[in-house]
Each structure stands twice: as structure tokens, then as C-alpha cells.
Design a protein around this ligand. Structure first.
Ligand SMILES: Nc1ncnc2c1ncn2[C@@H]1O[C@H](COP(=O)(O)OP(=O)(O)OP(=O)(O)O)[C@@H](O)[C@H]1O
Ligand SMILES: N[C@@H](CCO)C(=O)O
Length: 319
């Protein structure tokens, strides 16, 4: 159950009047998702998603909602936030920040083929380019600083072997983040969590990216690495699938060509993207939030991926 704050249709009778959407006619809690309370909301003017933010503050949220608005305006397929009559994208509901966004058609493609990976690669590159002139700045809040804070919190729970892996990889990533090649990488707003469950498809047609609430400013290559590490792997082993990798990278490159610095940084970045999710999953596993938590995601999945990315040379970025 992933509705942490309950809302009834009656609660919305007055509240919805601040939006130009007519009356709310149906509301249905969405069971998946582990971060926020989400509802499908039908109003007199159409179908939307109502999100109540359980962890993000009124101060943090404009970065995400305005980014979605910016991207939607530029033709990138993302949910468009709906503004109130006063132009606000975030308003309180039951004392927490809430927003209404357009509902994307379709469903997640949990067994993607090369054709789906190509569509994701194209849209990801378009998104990076379209966000280039986005004026707000917010770091990736799950970047190196967060890894440094989180590592000592999870280390006591790890086997000697895994503790060694984590310490060694943190050491490696600190050095990587400080090197000249890293400084040359192009940066901007990135999604940073573009997993299979955060993209909608109708058949082979991509209908949108969503769940932008881990977005932040980081290297574009980090976003590519996070996406490849989820979409283009054999789930049981974490091994990259060449056909899907090529489809995604070639499609991305056709829209926004990879640079020499990115080619040099590719293997360390695939490791960084694996480390990021190993750490967050370890943290959620050993320090679950009270009561509200669902079954945490399996950390060993990303431990396997990290070991695999260290052991196996990365594929060429430019095929
Ligand atoms: N704009 C949207 N259009 C259509 N469906 C949506 C939209 N936003 C969310 N959903 C649906 O709600 C579900 C949960 O949303 P979301 O992934 O954003 O939640 P979350 O709590 O941030 O979860 P997590 O962080 O675990 O991915 C999605 O799997 C999707 O089915
Ligand atoms: N994509 C993350 C969950 C947060 O959205 C994970 O699989 O660990």
C-alpha cells in the first residue's frame, strides 16, 4: 500500500476549486510507488494524477514541478503540471505539499526490447537538450555528498567483503569526481531515476517519462548510465544486453552526440550509477522509515551490477 496520506473525494470539493479543472468526480489511490501518495483523479475536464509529497518540502518542490512544466512546453513527453488560478503549481492538502499533473497514457514496459530502449534513448537526449536553458539550480540530492553521508550509516550492517567493496568504490568515485575528464562532462538537469517503472508506453510508442522527484543538476552521462543499468540488463545477472545497449546509446547519440570525455568516463560512470542505487537500497533496507514503508527494493541487485561493471569493460558509447 503506497497511499500514506488518505484523501476522499469529499476532501476535494472545495480544494479543487483553486484549479481550472471543474469538479472532482472520481479519485482512486495508486498502489505502486514508495515515495509519495498518488491518486488517479478524474475531474470534469479530464484525467490527472494527484500527488501528495511525503518527504519533499515546499522549498524543494518548485525545482521538479517547474522542470516538468519547462520540458512539457518544449515538447518533451512528461506530465504537465496544472497551475491554480493564481499560477501556483504546489498547494497544501492535509498540511502537505500537493500537485496535479496530467495523466500519461499507457503502462510501463517491464520487459523492454531494443525498440523501447531506442525510444528511451531518443527522448532522454531530447530532454537533456531541452533542459539546457532551465533557470533553476538544484544539485542531485543523491550525489556524491549523499553517498559520503550514507556510507558510514550502512557499513556496520555489511559483511567484511561488501564493506570492502563499498569503501573501495567510494574511494574510486571520489577520485573520479575530482579528475579533469569528469570536469569536462556536460551537465544540466537530469532525471536521475529513469527506470522501467518511470516511463510509459503504448505498444512501442513512448508516451512519457515521469516521477521527476529525484531530478537534479548532474552530468548527462550519469543519467545515461542510470538508464542503461536498468533498461539494458539481464535482470538476473546484471549483465548488459548488447542489442538493447546499442539501441539506446545509438538513439541518444543521434540526437546529442557523445563527447570524447564521455567515452573516457563511461565505465566509471556506469559504476557510479550502480553505486548510487546500491547505497540507497542498503539505506532503505537497514533504516526503513516508520510504518509507512513497503517491502524495500533488493540491495543485492545493485551489488551484483556494481561488481559486474567493475569486472567487465564498458561497451563503446559510440558504436
Ligand atoms: N503522470 C502520470 N500518468 C500516469 N500514471 C502515473 C503518473 N504519475 C504516476 N503514475 C502512476 O503512479 C504510480 C506511482 O507513481 P510514482 O512512480 O511517481 O510514485 P513514487 O511514489 O514516486 O514511486 P517510486 O519512487 O517508487 O517510483 C506509477 O507507477 C504510475 O502507474
Ligand atoms: N528506482 C529506485 C527507487 C526510487 O525510485 C530503485 O529501484 O532503487
Amino acid at each position: 500500500m503506497a497511499v500514506f496520506t488518505s484523501v476522499t473525494l469529499g476532501d476535494l470539493t472545495q480544494w479543487i476549486k483553486q484549479f481550472p479543472l471543474g469538479q472532482a468526480v472520481a479519485l482512486k489511490g495508486i498502489a505502486s510507488g514508495i515515495e509519495n501518495s498518488n491518486f488517479f483523479l478524474t475531474t470534469e475536464s479530464g484525467e490527472y494524477v494527484l500527488t501528495i509529497f511525503e518527504n519533499l518540502s515546499f522549498e524543494q518542490l518548485p525545482f521538479y514541478l517547474k522542470l516538468m512544466h519547462h520540458l512539457a512546453e518544449r515538447g518533451v513527453l512528461v506530465p504537465a503540471p496544472v497551475a491554480t488560478h493564481d499560477g501556483e503549481l504546489i498547494v497544501p492538502l492535509h498540511g502537505k505539499p500537493a500537485a496535479i499533473v496530467s495523466k500519461l497514457e499507457g503502462s510501463s514496459q517491464m520487459a523492454p526490447q531494443a525498440v523501447h530502449c531506442a525510444a528511451v534513448g531518443t527522448m532522454l537526449a531530447r530532454m537533456h537538450l531541452a533542459a539546457q536553458d532551465y533557470p533553476l539550480e538544484q544539485p542531485n540530492l543523491r550525489g556524491l555528498d549523499w553517498w559520503n553521508l550514507t556510507t558510514p550509516k550502512v557499513l556496520p550492517y555489511l559483511s567484511a567483503e561488501n564493506a570492502h567493496l563499498l569503501r573501495a568504490e567510494m574511494h574510486f568515485q571520489e577520485a573520479f569526481a575530482g579528475c579533469d575528464t569528469y570536469r569536462q562532462l556536460q551537465r544540466g538537469p537530469v532525471h536521475a531515476d529513469l527506470f522501467r517503472n518511470n516511463v510509459m508506453f503504448v505498444g512501442e510508442r513512448l508516451t512519457g517519462f515521469f516521477d521527476f522527484y529525484f531530478a537534479g543538476c548532474d552530468t548527462w552521462l550519469f543519467d545515461v548510465a542510470v538508464t542503461i543499468n536498468d533498461w539494458c540488463i539481464d535482470l538476473a545477472t546484471g549483465v548488459l544486453d548488447t542489442a538493447r545497449v546499442r539501441a539506446m546509446l545509438d538513439a541518444y547519440h543521434a540526437v546529442r552526440p557523445f563527447t570524447d570525455a564521455e567515452q573516457t568516463a563511461w565505465q566509471p560512470m556506469l559504476r557510479a550509477a550502480a553505486l548510487r542505487f546500491w547505497l540507497s537500497r542498503l539505506y532503505d533496507y537497514y533504516q526503513p522509515r516508520e510504518a509507512e514503508m513497503l517491502t524495500p527494493h533488493d540491495p543485492t541487485h545493485f551489488e551484483r551490477i556494481l561488481r559486474e561493471r567493475i569486472a567487465t569493460p564498458a561497451p563503446e558509447l559510440r558504436g
